[in-house]
Ligand binder design. Structure first.
Ligand code: NCD
Length: 307
């Protein structure tokens, strides 16, 4: 059993939750690798409601539900739903609740998934609410680190790119700051990590440094480098986006120790990194995509079975 029924923000995930999720994900990962049939959510339905573009998150949740023997009803493009006719999210919640056993939702407005969830009795999962949070991407990131490095404690982690609007960064830092990690934030001045997150890091007794350009010597000492795209759609205007978009381009030459660290990226990537980095042993972002299915299977199974 997990300590929550609705996953809206990263800070709900306790250490004990994370251990249970990793344990269950390992079981599913082995079963998937050995082609075993899984029927844990047979007869259950996942509703996937996406009011913002998505490839990985929606596909991996839907793939996870199918792999569990359940089925999916899906709204790929919120614009094609009744919200377009003026239906409120409250009403959409009350309605979709009757069709499904669990709901995963993405929406461009911060905290909208939380508001929606108040009108729903089934478990609800936040798959990204604007620039606020994306807690299940953190589960994917943490499960990748746990699997590749053996532990998520005491890490030196660098986060590069759009630290202001990148919701995956916000959620991940909130969790890792409870595991005695230290942070190197690398971004333009305008795209620095929000103050509220810096305060949380301090309150949790962890340390961080901020850099306005990439320094290979900083990267050399990292266990994990987490690269993100500059979130064009969240800028107030195009000029501001253009000014910031190439500020922290990651070149292959910046990576002096490709055997020691791992590089992650929630994807999609645009042009924030040199693609020849893919050839290095430290490039783990496509493995990260693979880890997303067993960890989201674990989340779905543990939430539905609790319900
Ligand atoms: C991220 C998101 O949607 O926040 N993508 C994802 O879910 N893997 C990152 C991004 O869009 O840059």
């Amino acid at each position: 059993m997990l300590s929550f029924q609705k996953l809206l923000k990263a800070q709900q995930i306790s250490k004990s939750d994370l251990n249970k999720l990793f344990h269950q994900a390992d079981i599913y990962k082995t079963k998937l690798e050995t082609n075993q049939r899984i029927t844990d959510l047979q007869g259950k339905i996942l509703a996937s409601l996406f009011f913002e573009p998505s490839t990985r998150t929606r596909f991996s949740f839907e793939s996870a539900m199918n792999r569990l023997g359940g089925s999916v009803v899906s709204l790929e493009n919120g614009a094609s739903s009744s919200t377009k006719k003026g239906e409120t999210l409250d009403d959409t919640g009350k309605v979709v609740d009757q069709y499904a056993d669990i709901i995963v939702m993405r929406h461009p407005r911060p905290h909208s998934v939380e508001e929606f969830s108040k009108h729903v009795t089934s478990p609800v999962i936040n798959a990204g609410d604007g620039e606020n949070e994306h807690p299940t991407q953190s589960l994917v990131d943490l499960y990748t680190i746990h699997s590749e490095l053996g532990d998520i404690k005491n890490l030196k982690i660098g986060l590069l790119g759009d630290l202001k609007y990148g919701r995956t960064v916000h959620s991940l830092v909130k969790i890792l700051s409870t595991y005695n990690c230290s942070f190197e934030f690398i971004s333009s001045d305008e795209l620095k990590v929000p103050n509220e997150i810096k305060e949380l890091i301090k309150a949790n007794g962890c340390s961080f440094n901020e850099h306005e350009s990439i320094d290979s010597e900083v990267i050399k000492n990292l266990d994990v480098l987490y690269v993100t795209r500059v979130q064009q759609e969240r800028f107030p205007n195009k000029e501001s986006y253009l000014k910031n978009k190439d500020h922290c381009y990651l070149a292959k030459e910046h990576i002096l120790n490709p055997e020691k660290l791992i590089i992650l990226h929630p994807l999609p990537r645009v042009d924030e990194m040199d693609r020849t980095i893919d050839e290095l042993p430290c490039a783990k972002y496509f493995e990260q995509v693979r880890y997303s299915v067993p960890i989201r299977m674990a989340l779905l199974a543990l939430l539905v079975n609790k319900a």
